[in-house]
Write a protein that binds this ligand. Structure first.
Ligand code: ADP
Length: 745
């Protein structure tokens, strides 16, 4: 063994290399030895102070020296170690051997990894740094190897690996794309899903390649958001489209949060990309639905408003018509509303009339005032005067007149039906003509509208229909109102004519009446005078005939007796006739003013007068309570007497007569009922005419004047007289007398 070889384990008290043997004096030697011992002790303590296991190895691979840390790491005392093979204390002896051989060969090794196996089996991972050391001659005498326990580092590394594995597992198990990047934005990790989704290799994405799958429009915003997050240290968040492997883009919500160390410095960014495409599309769908809905709502609102405007226009026109006293309305406001509702520039509302020779003509009822020069002003003046008429059937409005259908001409200048406009009239670009047809299908007029921007369509016709019908109905109403008024006027005229005729006739009648009255008066006068004056000679005839009868009855022959009898009879009849005629004429000539007359008292007098007849005929005359009336008392009595007398006379059994009175409205209705022979219906009309009799004198005596007197008296009192009867059923004579006040029976 060379001198330079380290001390055996047994020379621990004298550590370090032995001093060289020298022949120069003992003291010098001793001094040198002392110095060497000091150096050795110093070296020894340095070695022992190291916490790392240190070992020296001889060229044959045996251990020549160890420190306490080596004893600890191997679990063996120094004495056991020195002289044994260095390779024996490692889990991989060959590798350990190769290691020190490499040192001898190359002079040094760095961080040579080995595992020391302790006597109790514990393994310590270490990194060896070793170098050869040489003697003074430069000869390699051994290897000095220092081990660094890397158990902690290994554990940390393992823990890191485990955590990374866990993270990757986790990152690959979530549905999102997961990424990780450095604080400077360079990407260092993407999960499997990212790879699968983008179809890109990790190499293409690492570093700054992360924005490769971003939609071109989203790249800049993504970088901006990233720079903002870096600048503020806040979260990174953005919605972007990422291209999938198939080239399609889907929307993702990309989020990143910084991972900080204990001092708050950002170590890494972790992030996820969550597929929100469905959500986004749903959102877009909802948004577009909302937009559509809003549009529809606003369209509907506009439609409702248009309808409301239309209804308001209709109401306004109708209420103007209803409230106008004349039944006429100005269609100006209707036209104005029509223009506004259709965005038209100008227009007209005309009434369709027919000339006496059957020509159709439109008569303007409302027209936009387009008068700005003389010609158009003249036309408008015609309208104001009510004489503006249109008759040309070969025109756009004429097409409406002849067809009774709407006419649209959205290219009016080129329309063959166009007739041109008068000078000063604004150009016609688009035209809509609407027939005014009432609910009763009466074609009453035409509406013309012009120059709606974009022209007219079917929808406008449909929209305007209610207003057009209302307008037509107004025309029809005005017409029928006119017709009614005309009928009223005609009726009034006819009535006036009639009144005139009646007046004329009344005048004629009055004249005739006056003449008649005069002649009646004359007649009555004549009847009176005649009957009065006839009485005297008649009385003389009667007296002398009576004398003749008394003296010569039975003295002359039989015939003479008969003749005398005839004369007496004739004279008596004439007497009766004259008396009756006098009574008749006295109804007017001896008329007395009306006084309050008791019908009961009058009846009592009558019963006295007829007492004999009643007794003879064994008749019964009864009565209900009778009222007081305003009457000529004797005439009233006369009427009762005539009627009761007839009741007693025209009877073939014991007569029963009943008198009653009944209040009806403003008059008293008296009734005289008998149980007599009755009267056939066909005769009742003529009974009240003077001299009219239904029987011969042989059957029933009489002159036929009684009922005529009754009629005359009743009529003088303002009443009527009539009879209700059936042959063999008795008769009831009725007559009325106006009631006076509250006079009751
Ligand atoms: P007179 O009684 O003198 O004939 P009146 O004028 O009183 O004349 O009557 C006219 C006629 O009316 C009578 O002749 C008789 O035929 C008929 N007449 C009148 N009163 C009655 C009666 N109560 N019942 C049936 N016939 C009557």
């Amino acid at each position: 063994m060379p001198d330079t070889q380290p001390q055996s384990p047994g020379s621990r008290d004298e550590p370090g290399p032995a001093p060289p043997r020298d022949e120069r004096g003992l003291s010098g030697i001793k001094a040198l030895e002392h110095m060497a011992r000091q150096v050795s002790a110093y070296n020894r303590s340095l070695i022992e102070a190291s916490l790392d296991p240190l070992v020296t190895i001889g060229p044959d691979g045996t251990i020549t020296d160890v420190n306490a840390a080596t004893e600890q790491a191997t679990g063996r005392p120094r004495q056991q170690l020195i002289g044994t093979d260095f390779a024996d204390y490692f889990t991989e002896p060959d590798r350990a051997r190769q290691g020190y051989q490499q040192v001898f060969r190359e002079g040094a090794v760095r961080d040579y990894a080995l595992e020391i196996r302790r006597s109790d089996g514990h393994i310590t991972p270490v990194l060896y740094n070793a170098a050869v050391y040489r003697d003074e001659a430069g000869q390699v005498v051994g290897v000095f190897a220092a081990a660094r326990d890397i158990s902690e580092r290994k554990r940390a590394e393992r823990a890191r690996q485990e955590s990374e594995t866990a993270f990757r597992l986790l990152a690959d198990s979530v549905p999102q794309l997961v990424w990780m990047c450095r604080p400077d934005g360079l990407n260092i990790y993407f999960n499997q899903r990212w790879v699968e989704y983008t179809g890109l290799t990790l190499e293409e994405c690492y570093g700054r390649g992360w924005d490769t799958p971003f939609h071109p429009e989203d790249k800049q915003p993504a970088w901006d958001a990233w720079n903002r997050a870096v600048a503020t240290g806040g979260d990174y968040r953005i919605e972007c489209r990422l291209r999938a492997a198939d080239g399609c883009y889907r929307w993702f919500l990309i989020k990143g949060v910084p991972l900080r160390d204990s001092r708050g410095a950002i170590l890494k960014w972790f992030g996820t990309c969550t597929d929100i495409d469905d959500l986004k599309r749903a959102e877009q769908e909802v948004r577009s639905l909302n937009t559509e809905l809003e549009q529809r709502v606003s369209e509907r609102t506009a439609a409702v408003q248009r309808q409301a405007a239309l209804i308001a226009a209709i109401n306004a026109a109708q209420s103007e018509f209803i409230s106008s006293a004349s039944g006429r309305i100005s269609f100006d406001s209707v036209l104005e509303k029509l223009l506004r509702l259709t965005d038209s520039e100008y227009g007209f509302i005309d009434e369709l009339l027919c000339t006496p020779d059957g020509q159709m003509v439109l008569s303007a009822r409302a027209i936009t005032n387009i008068a700005w020069n003389d010609a158009s002003r003249k036309m408008y003046d015609q309208f104001i005067n009510g004489t503006l008429n249109f008759t040309n059937l070969k025109s756009l409005y004429g097409a409406v007149m002849t067809s009774g259908k709407p006419v649209i001409a959205n290219d009016a200048p080129n329309d063959p039906r166009r007739t041109g406009v008068p000078p000063g009239h604004p150009a016609l670009r688009a035209f809509l003509g609407l027939p005014l047809i009432s609910s009763a299908k009466e074609f009453v007029g035409v509406i013309g509208l012009a120059n709606r921007p974009g022209g007219y369509g079917e929808e406008i016709i449909t929209y305007l229909e209610p207003l057009v019908v209302a307008c037509a109905n107004l025309f029809a109403a005005i017409r029928s109102d006119d017709r009614r008024k005309k009928a009223e006027r005609d009726l009034r005229l006819a009535n006036e004519m009639l009144d005139l005729r009646v007046e004329e006739r009344t005048r004629e009648l009055a004249g005739a009446n006056r003449a008649l009255a005069a002649s009646n008066a004359d007649l009555e006068q004549f009847a009176y005078v005649a009957s009065h004056d006839l009485q005297e000679p008649l009385r003389m005839i009667s007296s002398y005939v009576e004398l003749l009868a008394q003296r010569y009855q039975g003295h002359l022959d039989e015939k003479a007796d008969k003749f005398i009898h005839y004369i007496v009879d004739g004279a008596t009849r004439m007497q009766t006739l004259i008396n009756d005629l006098l009574t008749f004429s006295r109804v007017t000539t001896r008329a007395k003013p009306f006084t309050l007359t008791s019908a009961e008292a009058a009846l009592a007098d009558v019963l006295t007068n007829l007492g004999r007849t009643i007794a003879e005929k064994e008749a019964t005359v009864t009565h209900d309570p009778l009222p007081d009336v305003m009457a000529d008392p004797s005439q009233f009595e006369q009427v009762l007497q005539n009627l009761i007398g007839n009741g007693l006379k025209f009877c073939q059994q014991k007569p029963r007569v009943h008198v009653r009175a009944e209040r009806r409205g403003g008059e008293w209705v008296f009734a005289v009922r008998d149980n007599g022979i009755g009267i056939a219906p066909e005769h009742v009309g003529r009974l009240f005419v003077i001299f009219q009799r239904l029987h011969t004198r042989a059957d029933y005596p009489g002159t036929g004047i009684g009922l005529a007197v009754c009629k005359k008296v009743v009529e003088r009192h303002g009443g009527r007289i009539w009879v209700e009867s059936q042959p063999g059923q008795g008769s009831t004579f009725f007559f009325t007398i106006p009631a006076c006040g509250d006079t009751t029976p």
